[in-house]
Design a protein around this ligand. Sequence first.
Ligand SMILES: [Zn+2]
Length: 82
Amino acid sequence: MMKKAAVKKSAMYTVDLTKIDGDGAFPCPKCGVIISPDDETEEVYQIIETKVKGDDLAELMILCNKCGSTIKLTGFLQQSEG
Ligand SMILES: [Zn+2]
């Protein structure tokens, strides 16, 4: 038996940047379009919210323009001890 999951209008995904290799570009979890932090054209994605801790970027909420998913980027701040 399967229950139908409640479907929201737009899904939200979380991407941890500390788990991404390379220059920080990653595929959209839903549609697979490559989202590059160096892309400032807003053709692929747009930034909808930024969270800052002190002077450092802590979280970024972006919207995939292709599929409309909201993607939360975490891992800007590396929690290192010592
Ligand atoms: Zn997408």
